[in-house]
Design a protein around this ligand. Structure first.
Ligand SMILES: Cc1ncc(COP(=O)(O)O)c(C=O)c1O
Length: 396
């Protein structure tokens, strides 16, 4: 057999194995859904603990020198937090409510970063009371608040970095100009705080590794400037943003490759004694979630099938609005596919999930499910995203 034939045989074997594996995965998920349907009413979200563990291990393996602080805003469900506590993870919280939750579920104060650059005075005092010392900031007025309510807090200056190609832009609202970072850190010291390092966020679902590489280069310049001026920094926080595959056949997302570039860059630019941390949310929670809904109504309009599901953008599909996310809708039915529209159950036309889905004909009661929906879905569906509750209603 020629080398080329052997190579082709190997390729075809690999292809067959991959197809068999993905078929097995589909049948595994679908039989899990059928089992759950016997016990639970839809809509429900299955969170696969093994997927949480797998993502955590993947992160640790690919970036062994970067400590992951799970950003609970992605999904603060207690079972998820407990799973990460057991795995030894640290946590990123955005409010005192989130902080209290992770502490209640077993995290220790030393394993928490308060990573919201704007904190209410009450939340700063809550952090002090609970000895959560590490936090981010990006402006001078915030330093005065921290100095007043939490002298001795350890602060990381969040800088504004490029978010090119990221699905959710996170540098519009946050981040100091990098040129100002050293001066802000020096000011922090003068005010009785402990300037500990730099942080950034390249935007959520960032498939562009250049964002990280460039942000690390800018940050290393701040570390050098601080060191030269007698203010050695210890912590480099590379934020979140690590992307996941939302669609089965999505290309261009390769966490392993991205992580290896990041690893190389950190080794090249920073001293050995610098501690690296990250704030992954979507990467850790997203792949674990499978949302299961049912058709509650159907019609034919605009030359298309319209199916109304019992979950929509005001609930677990809120990511369509807030997370700019698109999902792959799957059905348990097989057969010829037709162009269809999927909509949520509310009386609002905005509550349309997809106007152009190729799916088999469905009937009332049929299941429509979505994988990789564990992050920024149920979290933003509940009142109090990030731990900030809506206004209470006072009838007068
Ligand atoms: C400060 C901060 N850290 C971490 C995250 C988590 O980001 P991701 O889910 O993209 O990893 C976010 C997301 O909004 C954030 O604002």
């Amino acid at each position: 057999m020629s080398a080329l034939t052997a190579q082709n045989k190997m390729k075809s074997l690999k292809f067959k194995t991959e197809v068999t594996r993905s078929k097995a995965e589909v049948s595994g998920i679908e039989s899990l859904i059928r089992t759950m349907l016997r016990k639970h009413r839809t809509p429900f979200m299955i969170i696969k603990r093994c997927a949480l563990q797998k993502q955590y291990q993947r992160f640790r393996k690919c970036l062994p020198d970067v400590i992951p602080y799970y950003a609970i805003k992605a999904n603060p469900y207690p079972g998820i937090i407990k799973t990460f506590v057991k795995l030894g993870a640290s946590f990123d919280v955005a409010s005192a409510a989130e902080m209290k939750q992770v502490l209640r579920l077993g995290a220790t104060p030393a394993k928490i970063i308060f990573a919201n650059t704007i904190k209410s005075p009450e939340d700063i005092s809550a952090a002090r009371k609970r000895r959560v010392r590490l936090m981010t900031f990006d402006n001078e007025p915030e330093l005065y608040k921290l100095a007043k309510d939490y002298p001795g807090a350890r602060v990381l200056c969040r800088i504004k970095v490029a978010n090119i190609g990221s699905v959710v832009e996170l540098s519009l609202k946050f981040g100091a100009d990098p040129d100002q970072a050293f001066f802000l850190l020096r000011k922090a010291k003068a005010l009785g705080l402990v300037p500990a390092g730099v942080s950034f966020h390249v935007g959520s679902q960032s498939t562009n590794v250049e964002n990280y590489l460039q942000a690390l280069e800018i940050s290393s310049g701040i570390f050098d400037q601080a060191k030269e001026n007698g203010l050695p920094l210890k912590i480099m926080d590379i934020g979140g943003g690590f992307p996941i595959q939302h669609f089965d056949n999505e290309i261009g997302i390769n966490f392993e490759r991205m992580a290896s570039h990041i690893k190389k860059q950190t080794k090249m630019l920073f001293d050995k004694n610098v501690k690296f941390i990250a704030e992954p949310g979507r990467f850790l929670a997203g792949p674990a979630g499978i949302l299961v809904t049912q058709v509650i109504g159907r019609t034919f309009r605009n030359n298309k099938n319209y199916y109304y599901l019992n979950d929509g953008i005001y609930a677990d599909f809120s990511g369509i609005v807030f997370d700019h996310c698109r999902y792959e809708f799957k059905t348990l039915r097989r057969g010829q596919k037709f162009l269809s529209t999927l909509a949520g159950p509310t009386c609002d036309s905005l509550d349309t999930l997809s106007a152009n889905e190729e799916i088999p004909e469905l009937y009332v009661g049929d299941v429509v499910y979505v994988k990789n929906i564990g992050a920024y879905s149920s979290a933003s569906a509940t009142p109090g995203f990030n731990g900030f509750p809506p206004a209470k209603i006072i009838i007068v």
